[in-house]
Design a protein around this ligand. Structure first.
Ligand code: SF4
Length: 498
């Protein structure tokens, strides 16, 4: 699945927050948002605070289009938060663009949210009953109102703890309350958030690539259920473990697909995890072919690990016809980087044409040869079918498809715009039936156990909802794979001592 231009899943958001000692926050935030652009392309925004008032600018489109020099000059203050967003279809408008910023009796608030609450409606109805008026249908505003209400009779830490006790779902948040920037991660750690040190300051970001671009050092991931408060003068940070759970529910798809390969998430370099997934793929379903080839760019790290493991297996093979020599790992599909993204081309015909516009086979690598084509996932199957056809048209004698993740059988409710069950090719088909649809000579996916091994994480600490149909949250009409329940909503908040 090639990022951004197929009908593949789309990450909905990237978040960042900084506190600096002696320079304005706007430009570091702007650069960090550039580094997180792959997590959202529909809007970008920054909110800053100079100790007296809050400044904000939110624009539609890519980061480079959303801000002018003058916009950045107008964002005063050494603390701030930023956001890139990809909304679900149908709500592409500025009312849901983030950071969400607003002034309450309890002070000014800015919120950047990555994730999705599964009980937002319940909390919203409760707050509406208490007189809160909402301006958008987004769940970020629900968190903002709940936090503002709790800030009326508690300090920031208590207020966040209470809000965490009411909201249920996935969230990695950077929040600015007046001139204090905090970051928090939901108790299951479903979406990523990390902490880094800058020259004269600190940063919170969805991915460590945003820290790298600021010449900073990654300190560590924010822990599930943890609140990190950045000192306003950039001198340090404090942390509070507000909620603790026995198991986490990290989104395994971050490692497989969403995150940049150069990011470190949950202590693992994403590129190396993908290579390891490729090695596992060879171990489970390797097949000897003339050449191993990635789907650019999504399959590259997987294919490299797969080919490496295949070469090692040849070296140790007792079968003399197979032993010795590296397995050829080659690019066979050339990508045209200047073709627009297909998710802005809504029809099936447009999507199919976009594949041909985007990728062209390199005939000399393919002609007269058997090919193993490696990708990270199959969503609808349209792209895979097109790619297999392209390779046959270029003269491949056989095309074997290997996928570095299990079949996607169910939608995501945690902030990933995946597809509906009806659209997912694997929701009601066996692997053999999918192979027939995409037209490959063979097809194999990676097992869930192999994913857990490659991530070096216990299966019980991963979210696997989209590949099992069982979720780590209490979602209406869906099964859960653990002992979870939504918080009871209603009535007054707990006492200020909680
Ligand atoms: S359902 Fe899939 S994409 Fe969604 S959070 Fe879980 S693992 Fe990630």
């Amino acid at each position: 699945m090639t990022a951004g231009w197929t009908a593949g899943p789309t990450e909905k958001c990237g978040v960042v927050g900084v506190a600096l000692a002696d320079r304005d926050a706007a430009r570091p935030l702007y650069y960090a948002l550039y580094a997180l652009q792959h997590r959202g392309q529909e809007s970008a925004g920054i909110v800053t605070h100079d100790g007296f008032q809050q400044y904000d600018h939110v624009g539609m489109g890519l980061v480079g289009d959303a801000f002018t020099e003058a916009d950045l000059d107008g964002l005063n203050g050494r603390v701030g938060i930023g956001h890139v967003r990809y909304p679900t279809a149908g709500s592409v408008d500025s009312s849901c663009a983030q950071p969400f910023s607003v002034s309450f009796k309890s002070g000014s608030l800015g919120l950047s949210h990555n994730g999705n609450l599964v009980n937002a409606e319940e909390v919203r109805e409760d707050l509406e009953g208490l007189g809160h008026a909402f301006t958008s249908d987004g769940d970020t505003e629900v968190i903002a109102h709940d936090l503002a209400r709790n800030l009326l009779d508690g300090d920031l830490i208590r207020a966040v703890r209470r809000t965490m006790g009411r909201i249920h779902g996935s969230y990695a948040l950077t929040v600015m309350h007046d001139d204090t920037v905090v970051g928090l991660r939901d108790p299951a750690g479903n979406r990523p958030l990390c902490l880094g040190e800058l020259d004269g300051g600190y940063v919170l970001a969805s991915e460590s690539a945003a820290i790298d671009v600021l010449d900073g050092d990654l300190i560590r991931d924010v822990r599930p259920g943890e609140l990190v408060v950045l000192e306003g003068d950039g001198s340090g940070y404090e942390t509070y473990q507000l909620v603790e759970r026995e198991n986490t529910a990290h989104c395994f798809f971050e490692h497989v697909y969403f995150a940049r390969p150069d990011s470190v998430i949950d202590d693992e370099l994403v590129y190396e995890v993908r290579r390891e997934l490729g090695r596992e793929l060879w171990a489970e379903s390797g097949i000897e072919t003339d050449v191993v080839m990635p789907v650019p760019d999504s399959g590259r790290a997987f294919a490299s690990g797969y080919a490496e493991a295949a070469s090692e297996a040849r070296d140790t093979s007792e079968d003399t016809s197979e032993s010795g020599g590296d397995v050829e790992f080659a690019e066979g599909l050339m990508k045209n980087r200047y073709v627009g993204r297909t998710f802005i081309m809504p029809t099936q015909d447009a999507r199919e044409r976009a594949v041909k516009l985007k990728l062209n086979p390199i005939r000399s690598t393919v002609e007269g040869r058997s090919v193993t084509l490696v990708d990270d996932s199959i969503v609808r199957g349209t792209t895979s079918n097109q790619l297999v056809s392209l390779l046959y048209e270029a003269g491949a004698t056989a095309v074997h498809m290997r996928i570095g993740a299990p079949p996607i059988v169910a939608p995501c409710y945690m902030g990933i715009d995946m597809a509906t069950r009806e659209e997912l090719i694997a929701s009601d088909r066996t692997t053999e039936e999918i192979r027939e649809v995409i037209g490959a000579d063979s097809l194999a996916y990676l097992s869930i156990d192999a994913v857990a091994r490659a991530l070096d994480t216990a299966r019980a600490d991963l979210c696997l909802g989209c590949v099992t149909g069982e979720y780590p949250f209490d979602i209406d009409g869906e099964a859960t794979d653990r002992d979870v329940s939504r918080p009871a909503i209603g009535g007054r908040p707990a006492s200020a001592d909680d």
